[in-house]
Design a protein around this ligand. Structure first.
Ligand code: ASP
Length: 324
């Protein structure tokens, strides 16, 4: 009898927690923290996702840009947020590179989050201000070497995708560029258009429109094959930087300790959003696509994060780049 009462008590306690946690979720608009500036690639991808997921969750999703330090300030905010499903994070490859780059990282990528799932792998493009003289990648490399110290390369801070792509480029051509960090590649692109900086490597989610309208010069895409929306643009690999391949993966995270029913709800709505026709169409216009459903899961994101940390950690440590 006593046992049964105890069970009833536990069931009551669980039952009382469940409606707030799962059945009513989301009872108010959840916030997705974007750790880079508004108008940049992470922001653009997240805003499309927020519309699609919001329709499925029947709640508007609010975007909050918490910027700085290559995305680590925004990620730290979510790591410390109440784990109730109302504060989420979209972060890219920077989640995997931050531990090697930041000696005092205020969060642990592997332990402080509930991974929800992967979203998209976004190609990058190597672009320049339209006035930069070189016509192709081969000429650009010669020009950069002949004009050491005169050409500025913009990025979104240590560990940002644009930073990693630039590092790879500089190490492949064995020449340093003046690096100018911004709080996102949205403002960096504005600086490039204004010729305050001359070069950038950025996701197609930010650059496709400017490339197609010829507002910027493009030297190549970072994928193995050319992209359908810009078929005339060669790959960096075919232009001489063999195997120069980099695609920027993005994941959705909740703070560690978010109740399982809420995580499950988020996973289901992420997977449904990735199949939403309007979402797919919007991404296609930006030269990217959602990941396959089996990658939009906590297990797939957790495994991918670990593999990427294992891959980038030694490369970054060898390059000796870090922030104190
Ligand atoms: N995705 C950009 C980068 O990492 C930053 C941004 O979204 O603004 O370079």
């Amino acid at each position: 009898m006593l046992k049964r009462a105890a069970i009833a008590c536990v069931a009551f306690a669980f039952g009382a927690a469940l409606p707030a946690a799962a059945q009513e979720y989301p009872a108010r608009p959840p916030v997705i923290v974007v750790p880079f500036s508004a108008g940049g690639p992470t922001d653009t991808l997240t805003r499309h996702l927020a519309v699609a997921m919001g329709a499925i969750l029947k709640q508007q999703i609010i975007i909050e840009n918490v910027v700085g330090a290559g995305g680590t300030i925004g990620a730290a905010k979510v790591a410390k947020a109440k784990p109730d499903g109302y504060t989420l994070l979209v972060y890219h490859i920077g989640m995997a590179t931050a531990p090697a780059l930041y000696r005092r990282l205020p969060f642990n990528p592997a332990n402080d989050f509930e991974p929800i799932g992967l979203i998209s792998d976004v190609p990058m493009t190597f672009i320049a201000n339209e006035k930069l003289p070189p016509a192709n990648l081969k000429d650009l490399i010669a020009y950069v070497k002949a004009n050491k110290g005169k050409i500025s390369y913009g990025n979104a801070g240590l560990g940002a995708a644009s930073h990693l792509c630039g590092l790879l480029f500089m190490s492949r051509i064995d020449t340093d560029l003046n690096t100018v960090p911004y709080k996102g590649t949205g403002p960096a692109l504005a600086a490039l258009l204004g010729n305050e900086i001359q070069l950038m490597c950025d996701q197609t989610t930010n650059t496709t429109g400017h490339i197609l309208s010829k507002k910027v010069k493009v030297y190549g895409v970072t994928t193995r094959t050319r992209l359908g929306v810009m078929p005339d643009v060669p790959t960096l690999s075919e232009s001489g930087l063999k195997d120069f391949e980099i695609a920027i993966w993005h994941g959705l995270y909740a703070p560690k300790g978010t109740p399982k029913p809420i995580v499950d709800r988020l996973v289901a709505s992420l997977q449904a959003a990735l199949k939403d026709a309007r979402f797919v169409e919007n991404l296609a216009k930006l030269a990217t696509e959602p990941v396959a459903q089996e990658r939009a899961t906590p297990a797939a994101l957790r495994a991918h994060l670990k593999a990427e940390m294992d891959k980038w950690g030694p490369i970054i440590r060898k390059a000796g780049v870090y922030a104190d």
